[in-house]
Design a binder for this molecule. Sequence first.
Ligand code: PLP
Length: 480
Amino acid sequence: MDTEGFRTHGKEMVDYICQYLESLSSRRVTPSVEPGYLRPLLPDQAPQQPEPWKKIMDDIDNYIMPGVTHWQHPRFHAYFPSGNSYPSILGDMLSDAIGCIGFSWAASPACTELETIVLDWLGKAIGLPDDFLSFAEESKGGGVIQTSASECVLVTMLAARAQAIKKLKQQHPFVEEGMLLSKLMAYCSKEAHSCVEKAAMICFVKLRILEPDDKCSLRGATLRQAMEEDQAMGLIPFFVSTTLGTTSCCSFDNLGEIGPVCQSFPSVWLHVDAAYAGNAFILPELKPLLSGIQYADSFNTNPNKWLLTCFDCSTMWVRDRFRLTSALVVDPLYLQHGYSHSTIDYRHWGVPLSRRFRSLKLWLVMRSYGISGLQNYIRHHCQLAKKFEASVKRDTRFEVCNEVKLGLVCFRLKGNDKLNEKLLSNINASGKLHMVPANVNDKYTIRFCAVAQNATDEDVAYAWTVITEQATELLEAQNM
Ligand code: PLP
């Protein structure tokens, strides 16, 4: 494709995207295809000769779209939102065109500097303590964009592990590193995302998964007891991962209690994973949910979930960037440059070397909407969730199973798990709505999340109509 071709097809693609996003409600939310549907529809090897663009676009319509789950659909209520907006799409487009690989400041100064500045903007809007930001000259903190929340948890655990091993080696210079590693213990709640377990597997450390209270919140006393027991057995607590806004039911660990517990043990790294909920802290009325952040060593949230920014954009801040990078620095000559000692080289802040110009889309989003626009968007989702919760509460056949603080409602039919499994399966099979289940307090519940950017009261009312119709049908069939 030459420049003229790009000009033409690029404009067509913009029209295609607008038409797609504007007409989503006329489609099924989830596709009705079976596994393996695509292979017989496509040739078994790439074309030898170039193909006309029109034919390729036709294949997108005929073969790809029928297999797409429409995450931006107004009736998609599964998981958490997948951030999306026109400014973000345009930002990614420009980033792809620039095509720089910002592993060091010198590799593309604007790529590094904009990331640092935009992370300061967002960190300030969220209300992170100044120590996490890099604008002040003497600050040791700073922010970085990672691919995913899983990567944020992994990277912080790696840093905590390096710090713990370094300290232990000073205390026990003749003990083998493998032996020291076998003593390290990380902690999280049963409600933490499975990425904490994966990070512990990769880091080769033990993880103790703790019981939260009946509101699915990890409490300080539970953590203290576990850490003291482990210490008494010769193990070394080194890392605690907490969650603000858990995946299953959007519960909040008690950071105000957990923080002092971590501080009462030597050198325990406290991480806060707020992949979804962290975005909501830009609202003044929700900032109390962030209380206890003063104890944290690191914090992450995903604008690519709930801040209208396309995947991938997982923002992470650390109080001490030198503790983070000391675990990750490898510095071959071909990556060094004249300003290495006075600038940020983001390759030292994560696992991959290559990194895209991801701050561009976040910058465009923050400027196009302004903080007030982003606040209105999140506030509206929270209001929709409250409306949905009220509908559930009005129908005595149902119960609400979580404290609805943000955009997620967990609910179920009063009855056994099988009944609720069947209800959800019937709803999803109808193609009218899409939701996923979660286990809350050992019960099978259905998650309803406000997801679409421009979701309306009517969308919530429609969802509730579909749910109650399916429930009535199911309960009647059971009583026959
Ligand atoms: N942490 C929490 C609290 C989450 O809700 C999720 C995903 O929903 C993750 C981590 C994993 O996110 P990612 O897909 O960005 O790794």
